[in-house]
Design a protein around this ligand. Structure first.
Ligand code: NOJ
Ligand code: NOJ
Length: 486
């Protein structure tokens, strides 16, 4: 028994490596074309960098000294120690693996991704049943041996179970499309409250009204990001429940999502012309005066529905107004944004004090001002690519008093032609990719880069940075048709 386990774990150690050879073989990387930044066009750079980024992401899944299914946030073990399984980061990353499973080029590759997904299901089930200090399914992170993290932390974080559910619902849909309903019923969703998806949906549907810590783990209150992903999980979950004939559950999830929709409209501030991030604050950090936060953009990206309903979507003028305000603010406050480089860098929120190195909640320590992050800068690229796609599909742009400044910044004042504006949006997305290309180190991305010098800071090889890169370029690849490739 023990030996079998040991052998299994040894095989697992080599899984990422096996995948890697496949991934690399499909490109020129091994044949001597290195992604030398300045000689390559953006196209070529993306083409050569993607497999390396995929490799960096895979390395952080089930590392050798962790239980199978763990996704470490970063290999960094001190200043900061990110060698934990964060449910949020892991769920976003494993959603990429679901896509890779779908796109797999051969059976071997498919099988390997399948194994990673099975491990993640098992580990998630163990997380759900491990007693923890949140006292429920909102526990944000676990030790890599699967035990609960017993130190003080900003908990609960209720976006975590919602994101985990979204990833598993995505997988369930894929398996259903492969005619594997029994597998879905035995591993992912059944009427039993202990099935991995239903456990999270029950928790979310009964706890979304509670205040909790935000995705940045600092502020307690009600958050736009958290409610958006909770709503998305309940809607997607309701569709799945219906498909599997769990009708009462489906109705209950839909009903709760409807109430959350109303609640989310409270976050729009006509006075500030932005979507506010946190309302009803009742704990944690108290210095986020502007209430302006990139988490608003992440919320839009992470809550995309398979049955589109347009609510707070990329084309929503309230979201566009917030994007404009964030860009303006970050352009003003970061030194590296004033050097005339192509593109700007985006951070979490203007008042951020976290420089990426320490890991406790004693905020007074953070005298250093926060930096731009790769994952937020990449989220802005993805936002623009998505907007291009949306406009290409709908063939219309709606200008309102709320989003006029956003569109003027793209040249709307001079030229109202839709093709012209589409090209401007795509260039804008590419600008963010240039910023990332400029500051990353080869294929490596940490969590942050210095607001003064641009050099990388914070946790090395942050798994979430790689996830956001892969999402952004995937979106970019969907919009090319109408454009000349340059
Ligand atoms: C670590 C958290 O993950 C980060 O979001 C926060 O800013 C710092 N600790 C400071 O509390
Ligand atoms: C700090 C970030 O604020 C949080 O969102 C993330 O989950 C952890 N680091 C781990 O990457």
């Amino acid at each position: 028994m023990f030996l079998k386990k040991k052998i299994k774990s040894i095989i697992r150690m080599f899984l990422p490596l096996l995948l890697t050879t496949d991934v690399l073989a499909s490109t020129n990387v091994l044949n001597g074309v290195s992604p030398e930044k300045h000689w390559l066009s953006l196209e070529e750079w993306i083409f050569t960098t993607e497999p390396l980024v995929t490799l960096n992401l895979l390395k952080n899944i089930s590392p050798f000294d962790a239980v199978a299914g763990v996704v470490v946030a970063s290999p960094s073990r001190r200043e900061p120690n990110y060698y934990y399984h964060w449910v949020r980061d892991a769920s976003l990353v494993m959603n990429v693996i679901v896509k890779k499973y779908v796109m797999a080029k051969n059976n071997k590759e498919k099988h390997l991704y399948h194994t990673l997904l099975l491990d993640f299901i098992n580990f998630s089930k163990s997380n759900q049943t491990t007693l923890n200090l949140s006292g429920g399914l909102g526990e944000p992170k676990f030790n890599v041996d699967g035990s609960a993290y017993m130190e003080s932390w900003g908990r609960p974080q209720n976006d975590s179970p919602a994101l985990r559910a979204l990833t598993f619902i995505h997988l369930a849909k894929v398996w259903l499309s492969e005619k594997r309903e029994p597998l879905v019923r035995s591993l992912l969703y059944s009427k039993s409250f202990t099935s991995v998806i239903k456990a999270d949906l029950e928790y979310v549907s009964h706890h979304w009204r509670d205040t909790c810590f935000d995705l940045w783990e600092e502020t307690r209150g009600r958050h736009f990001y958290t409610l958006m992903v909770e709503r998305a999980a309940l809607i997607e979950g309701a569709h799945l429940a219906r498909e599997l004939k769990d009708y009462l559950a489906a109705d209950w999830y839909f009903a709760q999502a409807q109430i959350i929709t109303n609640e989310l409209n409270r976050f729009w501030s006509p006075e500030q012309n932005i979507v506010m991030q946190t309302l009803d604050r009742d704990g944690g950090s108290d210095y986020k005066f502007s209430n302006l936060d990139s988490a608003t953009v992440l919320a839009v990206l992470h809550s995309t529905l398979s049955h589109k309903d347009g609510f707070y979507d990329v084309s929503d003028d309230r979201i566009q107004a917030t994007v404009y305000a964030l860009e303006k603010k970050f352009s003003e406050i970061y030194e590296i944004n004033k050097k005339g480089h192509r593109g700007i860098a985006i951070g979490r929120y203007p008042e951020d004090r976290y420089n990426g190195r320490f890991n406790d909640l004693n905020f007074t320590q953070y005298n250093n001002l926060g930096n731009p992050w790769f994952l937020t800068t990449l989220a802005f690229a993805e936002f623009y690519y998505r907007l291009v796609k949306e406009i290409q599909d709908e063939n219309k742009i709606e200008i309102t008093s709320r989003n006029l400044q956003f569109w003027n910044a793209l040249g709307y004042g001079k030229n109202k032609n839709i093709q012209y504006l589409l090209a401007a949006l795509k260039t804008k997305g590419d600008d963010f990719m240039y910023t990332v290309q400029f500051h990353m180190n080869g294929s490596h991305m940490s969590e942050q880069f210095s607001r003064y010098t641009g050099y990388m800071e914070g946790a090395a090889d942050l798994t979430w940075s790689y996830e956001s890169f892969l999402r952004a370029i995937e979106q970019r690849s969907t919009i090319f048709q109408g454009f000349n490739k340059k």
